[in-house]
Ligand binder design. Structure first.
Ligand SMILES: [Zn+2]
Ligand SMILES: [Zn+2]
Length: 280
């Protein structure tokens, strides 16, 4: 695909996300990824609660692209935004990485995603250096950095960039001296450059983006031919009543509006367990 050959694509980051994104995007598209660092992305939210993310994950990713395009006066941008939290149904940590691509001149917005339990995201209140050390070793320190605060996870005093055993000891002692409860809060650093596991997940989301971007419209050859609508109502295998499961996926080209309907490949009928009538 030649659409992006030698084109400039802007990535707004100060957390070294280009290390994950550049090799994949440049080799797939032949583009030049330009890193834009003139905006502090921490103003749009931090994982360590000093700045709350004001918008959704997708809207924050969009905002980063807009800032990047404005600063660099370019048309094509890419951004990455992660979130961490509990899985919606089971009590395990869950990471969702979004990598968004936007071509202003072509009105194309498309994203790649990684979702999974592969994360070291964790926190603990510790009462001794040995406990802090045990936590750090468990989460993959020193390749994965840690962050410390006195007392609890919202203390104003915060020490970041802890990536050696000397700094670990020193930071623990500093936090202990500031502590009212003789406790130190320690947590994993989720910023991309401080967390190789997260960096890998950003890579996976970028690979997903490239796969979607490389799908071309069969009519006009525009990149990023993607699903724009999902039609629900796959009939129940027992009674034929329309279920909530997808019946059709509708691809629409952003350029020529060509439509392609893909019927749900999982089979003609939905299992009775998803039927409101058979399994209310
Ligand atoms: Zn088209
Ligand atoms: Zn049924």
């Amino acid at each position: 695909m030649d659409t992006y050959r030698n084109k400039k694509i802007i990535l707004l980051t100060k957390h070294k996300k280009e290390l994950a994104i550049r090799p994949i995007i440049e080799s797939a598209l032949g583009c030049n990824l330009i890193v834009e660092e003139r905006f502090d992305t921490d103003k749009l939210g931090t994982f360590t609660r000093e700045v709350k993310r004001p918008k959704s994950q997708l809207d924050t990713a969009r905002l980063k692209i807009m800032k990047g395009l404005k600063l660099s006066k370019c048309d094509i941008g890419i951004s990455s935004e992660g979130s961490f939290g509990s899985h919606p149904f089971v009590p395990i940590q869950w990471n969702t990485e979004l990598v968004l691509f936007y071509d202003k001149s072509d009105h194309l917005e498309i994203f790649g995603i990684y979702e999974g339990p592969d994360t070291n995201c964790d926190e603990k209140i510790v009462k001794s250096y040995e406990e802090a050390l045990e936590f750090s070793n468990r989460i993959g320190f020193p390749e994965h950095f840690v962050i410390m605060r006195p007392d609890h996870n919202n203390s104003k005093y915060i020490l970041k960039n802890i990536d050696t055993y000397d700094k670990l000891k020193d930071s623990y002692e500093k936090c202990l001296r500031k502590s009212k409860t003789k406790c130190v809060h320690i947590e994993t650093d989720m910023r991309a450059f401080a967390n190789p596991t997260r960096m890998k997940n950003i890579q996976k989301a970028t690979e997903n983006l490239v796969e979607k971007l490389m799908l071309m419209c069969p009519e006009c050859g525009a990149p990023g031919f993607q699903i724009q609508e999902i039609v629900r109502g796959l009939p129940c295998e027992m009674c034929g009543f329309p279920s909530e499961m997808a019946k059709e996926y509708i691809y629409i080209c952003h350029r020529c509006k060509h439509r392609y309907i893909e019927t749900n490949p999982k089979g003609m009928n939905s299992p009775a367990q998803y039927c409101e009538r058979c399994n209310p």
